[in-house]
Design a protein around this ligand. Structure first.
Ligand SMILES: CO[C@H]1[C@H](O)[C@@H](O)[C@H](O)O[C@@H]1C(=O)O
Length: 672
């Protein structure tokens, strides 16, 4: 099978005496997940040292060999030990008298600790005096796959699904490697099928698929990962011909009770379900005049006896808008639909909320349900599939953006009020909460299409477990693990990754307005692509200015935030400039804080962005002899494409606004 190991690629460290000294691993092998931790250490050490250490399958090393005088001075053994009383999924690694101890409360903690130790060894950081204690921030750290059962992936940019082919479920070496990759970054939940549940995917909760799902869920469970499925809200109708899916109707409730009993029995490690309802044509409770709490609670009640979670998405909006209608604002819809229901959801329901009010644009404000909802379990949804951020042909390292979102102060409380605080349970003490990312993987050999896009997968997991890590620390780690210790590689890739989002933002749509992409596939520039369409995504450019008035004089969206955010967004002068066009309709001649007019800012950033994309490729090309040829070529080919494509973006945007405004570029550059 043709796939790579990404950051789990190990190389020989024969000159590293510390690593090569490790010859014994003692582990409690009663716990399958902890056993995987021991196996991972064996595997890594075998490659790094050239021979496999001895695994002692005894409860915590009763048979530990006495150290002789010779070995007394070197670290020669690792001990994995479950210590009751520690927080779930946490670990403590320390060196003590030349033992490396990994202590954890459970198998997952041991596994995460093992991977943390492997990272330490891959990066050749000294083990002497090691003392690291970590516990997870977000309880649920989840990936959402938008994989369809025919093998295609909605918004997939890395090949086809490795979970489904021809309506069958795949469980093989690749799905196992995937579980290992995810465990190594502490992901503990995966939804394998698309939230748009149609056709055969509706049948995932029937006999036809139970055996395979059980097999997959068991394989995942060994790596501390719970399997989730996306659910079709109208399943009672589509599977059993019921005439309704009304959440308050007794026969529908009964159908779900029986179905949940069946599904949770047949797939014992199932974590629960993800549901997209009343959104973009998917069925939901609105059809029956019911609300989302009615729908979610019906499912939650049926899943409750089995500890099942119902993760209900808030991506609900009117996708049949008339562009002339300036009162309806898609940005408001998540808030307007769900805010009135705060406190009405059962405990095993979690609302999954996209980071922004629109749809994963390169720049959006935080969706104000964060900071609005107080009595509802919440989960942050981000997208590492780069639907609107270059589709894994452009490099766009998203972790800096995720950190901005997580660090956003909602002012819902005096302290602990950030999005991160909310979804890690620190604000309201919730335990059913966390973070989900729409996955960016597929069956390409390198998993993510663009080799550099793997940094987003790696980074998401690391961030969800340890949000205090900086985007730069995460990128450095990923580079070291993936490409080995090479300062030159590290400096250049770090530069590219850290600047990539800013560069992408510069040559695409300006100042938070978003969109301007080709309809349907969403790749490449088309300024008016969505302007007269039904999706509620408008830039409202005329010959005088552009942007959407979401102030209290416009759609009122700005006022959905807590103070002082509401007032700040509400006024052009105080609105953060990177979001100016999201919140305001602004004349082209309006002067930004740096003295430039809006139109000049658009021209300048677009020329700069394209020039910086070219610069990025130049920098990368200095690595020609340092990277493996295959990888070098793959990345270089994408950077070249990006360089060319960024010019198309630059020219389309600049030309459009030049023609609309009639205002010349002050620097007289070529605008077509
Ligand atoms: C899975 O559907 C996706 C859809 O492809 C994407 O373009 C979008 O707008 O978001 C949807 C969602 O998040 O549900």
């Amino acid at each position: 099978m043709n796939f790579e190991q990404l950051w789990l690629t190990y190389v020989k460290k024969e000159n590293n005496k510390e690593i090569c000294g490790i010859r014994h691993i003692y582990a409690d092998c009663d716990n399958p997940t902890a056993t995987h931790g021991a196996e991972e250490l064996l595997l890594a050490l075998e490659v790094m040292t050239g021979s496999k250490p001895v695994l002692h399958k005894t409860p915590m090393g009763d048979d530990a060999e006495e150290k002789n005088a010779e070995s007394a001075e070197i670290i020669d053994r690792i001990k994995l030990c479950i210590v009751p009383g520690m927080k779930a999924e946490s670990y403590h690694i320390y060196e003590n008298e030349n033992w490396i101890m990994i202590e954890a409360s459970d198998g997952k903690g041991i596994l995460y600790g093992a991977f943390a130790l492997i990272r330490q060894m891959q990066r050749e950081k000294s083990l002497k005096g090691l003392n690291v204690f970590k516990e997870p921030a977000a309880p649920l750290r989840m990936l959402n796959h938008w994989d369809n059962m025919d093998g295609s992936i909605e918004r997939g940019y890395s090949g086809n699904s490795f979970f489904f082919e021809n309506n069958e479920i795949i469980v093989n070496e690749r799905t196992k490697t995937y579980a290992r990759l995810l465990a190594s970054i502490s992901i503990n939940a995966v939804v394998i099928n698309n939230v748009n549940v149609k056709d055969n995917a509706t049948c995932l909760i029937t006999d036809r698929y139970f055996d395979k799902l059980k097999e997959l869920s068991e394989s995942f469970a060994g790596y501390g990962i719970r399997l989730f499925l996306s659910l079709n809200y109208a399943a009672p109708m589509e599977l059993d011909g019921l005439d309704s899916a009304d959440p308050l109707q007794e026969d529908i409730k009964q159908w779900w009770r029986e179905k949940m009993a069946e599904v949770f029995t047949k797939i014992p490690n199932l974590g629960g379900f993800l549901i997209k309802a009343d959104s973009e044509g998917r069925p939901g409770p609105f059809t029956y005049g019911r609300n989302h709490a009615d729908g979610a609670n019906m499912l939650a009640e049926a899943a409750e006896p089995y500890g099942g979670l119902i993760i209900w998405r808030c991506f609900v909006y009117n996708c049949r808008q008339d562009w002339r209608d300036k009162k309806t604002d898609r940005a408001r819809s998540g808030y307007d639909n769900f805010m009135p229901l705060d406190g009405e959801f059962k405990d095993n329901v979690i609302l999954q909320i996209k980071n922004g009010p629109m749809d994963f644009q390169v720049r959006e404000p935080v969706l104000p349900l964060f900071g609005g909802l107080k009595a509802t379990n919440q989960m942050l949804e981000v997208q590492i599939a780069q639907e609107y951020t270059g589709q894994q042909r452009h490099v766009c390292y998203l972790i800096p953006m995720f950190k901005e979102i997580m660090d956003f102060h909602t002012y819902v409380a005096k302290e602990k009020d950030t999005v991160c605080d909310i979804v890690t349970g620190r604000t309201f003490g919730h335990t059913n909460c966390g973070m989900a990312a729409v996955a960016n993987t597929g069956n390409d050999a390198n998993w993510t299409g663009h080799d550099l896009a793997a940094a987003n997968l790696y980074g998401f997991g690391r961030l969800a477990y340890e949000p205090e890590l900086t985007a730069e620390e995460i990128a450095s780690e990923w580079i070291d693990l993936t490409f080995g210790k090479d300062e030159e590689i590290k400096q250049i890739l770090l530069f590219i990754l850290i600047n990539s989002r800013g560069i992408y933002e510069k040559y695409t749509s300006p100042l938070g307005i978003g969109w301007m992409v080709n309809p349907a596939h969403h790749y490449g520039p088309s300024v008016d692509g969505y302007e007269y369409d039904r999706w509620g995504t408008y830039h409202r450019a005329d010959h005088l200015g552009m942007g959407v008035d979401r102030s209290d004089k416009g759609t009122g969206y700005a006022m959905l935030y807590n103070e002082p955010n509401a007032s700040a967004y509400n006024h052009m002068e105080t609105c953060p400039e990177e979001l100016l066009l999201f919140f305001h309709h602004v004349p082209y001649t309006y002067r930004l804080k740096n003295g430039k007019t809006l139109i000049q800012h658009i021209y300048d950033t677009h020329f700069e962005g394209a020039a910086e994309a070219a610069q990025m490729r130049k920098q990368f090309e200095t690595l020609k002899d340092r990277l493996p040829e295959k990888i070098y070529k793959r990345i270089d080919e994408r950077l070249l494409h990006q360089e060319e494509h960024s010019k198309e973006w630059r020219d389309q945007i600049n030309t459009y606004f030049y023609r609309k405004s009639g205002i010349m570029d002050e620097l007289g550059r070529e605008i077509y």
